[in-house]
Design a protein around this ligand. Structure first.
Ligand SMILES: CC(C)(COP(=O)(O)OP(=O)(O)OC[C@H]1O[C@@H](n2cnc3c(N)ncnc32)[C@H](O)[C@@H]1OP(=O)(O)O)[C@@H](O)C(=O)NCCC(=O)NCCS
Length: 413
């Protein structure tokens, strides 16, 4: 009888087991890349303390994480575990294998001192039960450039950059300065920038082919870049090409405007599309016809789980004063509840375990969703429910967690 009744062993993967591990993940993700080439390409970049497998004589489940940090309200940078590659073979699904792998990784993340778990979800219903909530909402902007123009001066200070290691290093530097100041953004892995420019091979994805433009300020200092590709199209002898913007990083409003102006004014283009952006962007307001910029594919972006609730709540700032006893119903079975007192005032933030009566009881995923200030707690609690020990505590907590600026994350992993 297959699969056997004994649950698979959950453990870290040895580098020589990587081909079998990649075979399992690509099977579950319904793809057939060259796993031998992939093994060669990824081995030097991965931390094998963070590569998990479920084994029953062969690999039947996969999960991998990497170390990052997240910029939180107030500008703090919080260590986090970025979870990816979660798969279980169709022969072993719905037997608790994913649950066991996530439990093992969360324990390991806590041991490493990581305060948050972060991920992108293939399907929305999966991760709430593990304490993850949608912390950042993203959208694509689709701009019908035939029906609008950019309002403002022509793009100046923008030029093409060659696709080489110098441009990769420049992008890495600009991106890092950007993410350190952007709530919701994360540190990217070093090799990402080489992969993005197809300077590194990766057998699972066709190589990127496109252009990089860089903006320089009046003093000639680079302060923004965009990376884009194009689909050349003609319809009835009319140019209808689509320009796909993969990354647009700007340290100033001037750089943002100049990069967008450049992209919108490229000839032969009917549509400009930028993925993983924020709803809260200034681009529509810079167009002569605001309706030409449509947000599409609006939905969950980065998911956040608080692995250490007191430290996570103390790591961010709050735009209002508040004093709240919060009881969080932990996601993982058997782990119970965490009760903390959160005090935010002009003299700073304190959050510590308490035995005081709770003002508000919420589930862990709702707190994860509200953590970055963009998702209203009063909406997030609707997924699993809440309870008030003090009338009005939910509205007060909702106001405490919200921030004026929306968190943003354009880094997918
Ligand atoms: C998603 C996946 C990893 C789940 O693995 P699994 O071992 O079957 O999950 P488990 O048995 O541990 O399930 C734990 C719980 O999650 C639920 N669950 C699992 N996958 C789910 C899904 N796709 N949608 C809704 N609920 C799901 C289970 O029903 C179970 O619910 P319970 O808490 O009520 O018991 C697996 O189905 C898979 O590999 N899917 C394809 C790849 C994928 O989408 N991976 C996620 C990448 S972000």
């Amino acid at each position: 009888m297959y699969p056997p009744a004994v649950p698979p062993e959950i453990r870290r993967v040895d580098p020589n087991e990587l081909p079998a591990w990649l075979e399992a993940i690509t099977t579950t993700f319904l793809d057939r890349p060259d796993v031998v080439a992939m093994t060669r390409q990824v081995t030097e970049h991965w931390d094998f303390q963070r590569v998990w497998g479920a084994f029953d004589g062969r690999v039947v489940g996969t999960l991998r994480t990497w170390a990052t940090e997240l910029t939180v309200p107030g500008g703090g940078h919080v260590p986090a575990s970025a979870v990816t590659a979660v798969t279980v073979l169709p022969t072993h699904r719905r037997r608790g294998v994913m649950r066991s792998m996530i439990g093992a990784e969360h324990d390991a993340a806590r041991d490493r001192g990581e305060i948050l778990g972060l991920l992108y979800a293939s399907e929305a219903p999966i991760y709430g039960r593990f304490g993850y909530g949608t912390g950042v909402t993203t959208c694509s902007w689709t701009i019908d450039r035939r029906s609008t123009a950019f309002q403002g001066p022509p793009a100046s200070g923008v030029d093409f950059a060659p696709i080489n290691v110098e441009t990769r290093d420049l992008m890495r530097d600009l991106y890092d300065r950007h993410r350190l100041a952007q709530v919701g953004e994360i540190r990217r892995r070093d090799f990402t920038f080489g992969l993005d420019l197809a300077l590194i091979e990766f057998a699972w994805e066709p190589p990127w082919k496109g252009w990089v433009i860089v903006h320089r300020d009046a003093a000639g200092q680079p302060d923004g870049y965009a990376r884009y590709s194009a689909e050349a199209k003609w319809e009835e002898r009319q140019p209808r090409s689509v320009l796909n913007v993969q990354d647009l990083v700007a340290l100033t409003d001037e750089a943002y405007d100049a990069l967008w102006t450049f992209l919108i004014e490229v000839d032969l283009v009917a549509t400009v599309k930028a993925e993983r952006r924020s709803l809260d962007e200034r681009i529509p307001w810079r167009l002569t016809n605001r309706r030409a910029a449509k947000p599409t594919e609006i939905g969950d972006g980065l998911w956040v789980a608080l692995l250490d609730i007191p430290r996570a709540l103390e790591a961010r700032t709050y735009e209002r004063a508040g004093d709240l006893v919060l009881e969080v119903i932990d996601a993982e079975p058997g782990s119970g509840r965490t009760r903390v007192r959160l005090e935010a005032g002009s003299d700073g933030v304190r959050c510590a375990p308490t035995t005081a009566d709770p003002d508000l009881m919420v589930h862990a995923d709702a707190l994860g969703a509200a953590y970055l200030g963009g998702t209203p707690l009063r909406h997030a609690v609707l997924a699993r429910g809440y309870d008030e020990g003090r009338p009005g505590a939910l509205v007060a907590a909702d106001a405490l967690f919200r921030t004026l600026d929306e968190p943003r994350c354009m880094t997918f992993f």
